[in-house]
Design a protein around this ligand. Sequence first.
Ligand SMILES: [Zn+2]
Ligand SMILES: [Zn+2]
Length: 822
Amino acid sequence: MVAKYNPREIEKKWQQRWADDRLYEVSEDDPRPKWYALTMFPYTSGDLHIGHWYAMAPSDVHARFKRMQGYNVLHPMGFDAFGLPAENAAISRGIHPFTWTMQNIDNMRRQLRSMGAIYDWSREVVTCLPGYYKWTQWFFLKLYEAGLAYRGKAPVNWCPHCQTVLANEQVVEGGFCERCGAAVIRRDLEQWFFRITKYADELMEHNGIDWPERIKIMQRNWVGKSAGTEISFTLEHPGVDEKEIRVFTTRPDTIFGVTFMVLAPEHPLVAKLTSPDKKAEVEEYIARSRRQTEIERLSTEKEKDGVFIGAYVVNRLNGEKVPIWIADYVLMSYGTGAVMAVPAHDDRDFAFAQKYNLPIRVVIAPPQWQGEELEAAYIEPGVMVNSGQFDGLPSQQGIEAVSDFLEEKGWGKRTITYRLRDWLISRQRYWGAPIPMIYCPSCGIVPVPEEDLPVLLPEDAEFKPTGESPLKYCEQFVNTTCPRCSAPARRETDTMDTFMCSSWYFLRYASPDSSTAPFDADKVRYWMPVDLYTGGAEHAVMHLLYARFFIKALRDMGLVDFDEPFTHLFNQGVIIAEKQKMSKSRDNVITPDEYVSELGVDTVRAYLMFVAPWEQGGEWDDSGISGVSRWLNRVWNVVLEEYSQRAEAVAEDRAGDAKAVRDLQRITHQTMRKVTEDIERLRFNTMIAALMEFTNYLSRVKEAGNVGDADWRRSIDALLLLLAPAAPHLAEELWQRTGHGYSIHNQSWPVWDKELAKDEEVTLVVQVNGKLRDRIPVSVAITEAEARQIALERQRVKAYLEGKEITNIIYVPGRLINLVAK
Ligand SMILES: [Zn+2]
Ligand SMILES: [Zn+2]
C-alpha cells in the first residue's frame, strides 16, 4: 500500500522549498531567450475570488511551459492600488484608504502565493507606494514637457455619487458611472488632459501584434475615424464678430438639400444669436439638456426635439437662408458642434423635420424616383438632382466635385474627424497620485521640479468626498512656494486617474527597485515588449488603449525603442456561479481558499483549466471539481503503486510484449504532441482531457503488466513532465518519489518523436458487392466516416460504382468496407 495523496502537506512543503531556493527568480544575465508572460495585475479590492484565479492559473501554466521549453521567463505580479473602489470601501468601513489597501494586499499576496505560481515576488510592484508613484508623477512631467499634457476647460462626465469626473471610457452604456452605477451628468470644469488624440491614427493600426480581432475592432470604433468635408455657412448677424459657422459632413453631395442647421445647446454662439423672443424657451431647453448624459442624448430611442433660436445662416451654394435650431443630439465635443440638416437623406433629420414641419427637399434621387414626396429618408447613394451645376452626378463623384468646388472658393475643406477625445486624467478624490503642478500668481502653471518628486499624498488629509479634491482643504499640502520665483504658491489638488498608474507598470517589473529612473533602460530593452498578455476583454478601450498611447508617447520621447507594449493578447472568459457572474451582492462568490484547504491547489488549478475553453469561460461546479480531484488521486496511485511485469509476458519476450510496448510508446508520444500543441494554443481544457485519457491508458497497461520496467518508467516520467505546469506540486512530489532529483521544474519539456507518434497503419480492404476491389493503407484510428470517404474517393473504386447507386455500406472497423450498389 502506498501512502495516501495528501495535497495539503506536499503543497506547503514545495512552496516553501521553491521560495527558499528562489527557484523562480529571474535575471537579465541569462543565456536563454527571454519570455515575458504578463497577467493583468489585480485591483486591491479585498479577497481574491475564483475569477482572479481563472485569470491567473492558466497563464501560470503557460509561463511554466515556456520555462520548461528553455526560456528565461519573467512572470511578475503586483497590485493596482490607487483609485475609487478602494477609497469608497475604506470610507464605508471608516478606515484610512492606505490601511485598507495594504491589508488587502497582504491577504491577496498570501492567496496568490498559495496558488503555487512562478511569480518572481522580488519584482512586486504596488502603485500606491511613493517609490512607484514618484515615477507616475515623473511621467506626467515628461508628458507635459512634450506638450502631451494640458489643462483646459471642458464639459466633463460628473458622477454625483462618486463626486468626481470620469473619463468617457468610464461611463457605461446608458450614461452610468462604471464604478457605482449612478447616472452621470455634465459639468464644465478646468481639468488636466493627455493628448491621446495625437496618436489617433496610430492607435487604429495594430501592426505587428497578434490581438483578438474583436478587441482591434472595438479600439478602431472607439477612435472612430471618418473622412469628410468641413463646410462654411455665412453668418451675418448684427453685433456678432463671427462671420461663419462650420459644419462637418461625410455627404457634401447633399448640400443643396440643407433646410435647417442644428447647433449643440452648449455652442458658444447660441447665446449671441438667440433672438429676444426666443430667449426663455432656449434657456429652458439648455438647462434640460444639461441634466442628460451624452449617451442619453445620442440614444436612438429618444425622440429628437429642439428649439428654433430665431437666427439664420446662408448656404453659400444656393444663397438660401437656413434657420438655426438647437437640439441635444448634437454634441459640442464632436466635430464642430454644429450640423447641417438634410432631412430628405438622413433619418434623424427627417424625423426632426416632420416633427417641426420643416421642408424636406430631395437632392439625391432614389432609383425610379418620379419627383414624389419621400415616406422616409433616402440615405443610400444616388444621382444628384435639384443641385444646380452638379445635377446628374452620382453621389461618389458628387462628393468629390462639391468638395473641389468648396475648396476652390475657400468655402470649405476636406478634413478628417475622430470620435476619440483627449484623455481626462484629473480626479477630485484623495486616493491617487497627486498631479505634480504648482499655480503661482505671477508665473502661472509651474511644474514641480523633478528633484522634488514625489509630491507625497498627505496621510492626514480629510479624505471624504465633497465634490472638490479633499487635498484642497489640507493647508500643509496646498501651500507651497513657486519653484521659479519663490513666491507663495498653491499646489494642484487633483489626483491622477488610476489608469495612469497601470499604463506603465509592466515597465517597472523590469527593475522594480530602480530609484534614479522609472526603469532601467537596458532591462526594459531586454524584457519588453510583453510576449503574452492575458486579462479580461473589458479593458479594450481603457487600459489597453491607454497603455498603447503611453508607449507611443515614450517612444517619441526616446525613452523606449518599440511601438507596441503587448505582442500577443489573449482575453479569457468569465467563470460564473449559479448561472451568474460572481458578485458579493449576489452572495455567489466562490473563494479559492476553502477548496484549496479541502482538495488542494493542484486540483483547483487543474479544474479551472478543465471546466471550459479558456476564452469562453464556464460555470463552477462542485461535482466537476470532485472529478478532477479523483483523477489526481489516480495519478498518484498509478505512479506510486509498484509496477510488475507479468511472468507470461516476460517469458514471451524479454523486452515485454512487443506490440504492447509499441502501443505504449505511440500513446505516450501522441500525448506529448497533443499536450504541447494545446498549451501553445492556450487550449487547457483539451490538454487536461488528454492527460486524463493517458492516465487511464497507463492504468490498463499496469493491469496487463505487458511492458518492461524501463518502458513503463519512461511513460511515467513523460506523464509527470506533462503534468508539471498544471499540477506543479503533485508533479514535483512524484518526480522525487520516483527517484529523480530536484526539481522537475528545471527539466526540459518532453519532445515527441514523430515516428513514434505516428498512428499504426492497417490495410483497409475495399469491396464492391462483396468482391475485393482495392487495398488502402490507413491509420488504425480511422473512423467509419473517414473510411467511407477514403474508399469513395479512390479511382479504382469509382470505376466499379459507375452508373450504380449505393444501397448499403458494411464496415468492419479498421479492416474492411463493403459497398453494396445496384
Ligand atoms: Zn460613481
Ligand atoms: Zn512664480
